[in-house]
Write a protein of this length. Structure first.
Length: 270
């Protein structure tokens, strides 16, 4: 008899932050792999566009309103998703937004807002979902972090602090979940081309990037695409039971540099 029963045939998914970027790409990929998917986000109309794409391709999906900073909204989202799709086997906590600013210039409210959406939101979603997973002795909860948690950089003080908090929380979660059959995993993206950050004005973006370069960040201009992170997340949650990908770091590959020309060995000194 195997030490771990296999995954059930039907594994419903909830993605927090499913209206664009990494979340939407992950929803499309998991649905293509046969998972029923609930896309949770404030912009339900944007989530619905991806739901229609999934259904047209033969998948199963719904769009569910979700404000990750509101406990009542989390409760309503989870309740609706489970009522329509069944008990949630996979949850991806990826809702978020980004507002840069120097730590000594950012308002208290702006700093607190980023902590609320990235850290407290993830904690509340986890708290709502995981006890049910523990009762079933299985489930995957994936926290989406950022490489700024490991390598903080200028203008990212609030975001880096929140994501570092997410990583600490996920580490404790793994320790507490040991022996329950529930897997808590971290996916840590590098710079990714998503909607986050596209609302910066030119002056803010220039100041941030100039400071990044001065401290050795942004060594090249290549960005990950959401599908790259969707591939990582899909790999994490489809690992056979008895294995656990605890932390996956995904970075954009640098541009390929042509090899240096070699001296012609047949040409001697004149």
């Amino acid at each position: 008899m195997p030490r771990y029963p296999g995954h059930p045939e039907r594994r419903p998914v909830l993605i927090a932050g499913g209206s664009s970027g990494i979340g939407a790409a992950t929803g499309v990929m998991l649905a293509a792999a046969g998972h029923p998917v609930a896309l949770g986000a404030r912009r339900v109309e944007k989530s619905q566009e991806f739901v229609e794409k999934i259904i047209a391709a033969g998948g199963e999906a719904i769009a569910v309103p979700l404000d990750i900073t509101d406990a009542a909204s989390i409760e309503e989202c989870v309740t609706k998703a489970e009522a329509e799709l069944g008990s949630l086997e996979i949850v991806v906590s990826g809702a978020g937004d980004l507002w840069p600013g120097r730590t000594y210039e950012m308002s208290d409210d702006a700093f607190a807002d980023q902590v609320a959406i990235h850290l407290l939101g993830a904690q509340q979603l986890y708290r709502r979902i995981v006890p049910e997973m523990i009762d079933r002795r299985r489930g995957d909860f994936v926290f989406i972090s950022s490489d700024v948690a490991a390598d903080p950089r200028p203008h990212m003080g609030a975001y880096a602090a929140a994501k570092a908090g997410v990583e600490a929380f996920a580490l404790v979660a793994r320790q507490e979940l040991e022996g329950t059959g529930v897997r808590a995993s971290l996916v840590r993206p590098g710079q990714t081309m998503t909607g986050m950050g596209t609302n910066f004005d030119a002056e803010t973006a220039a100041a941030m990037l100039n400071d990044w370069v001065a401290f050795g960040f942004a060594r090249h201009g290549f960005f990950l695409k959401p599908v790259h992170l969707a591939t990582a997340i899909t790999t994490v949650v489809t690992m056979p039971r008895g294995s656990h990908m605890r932390l996956v770091e995904v970075e954009a590959e640098a541009p390929i540099v042509a090899p240096a020309q070699q001296d012609d060995p047949q040409q001697g000194d004149n």
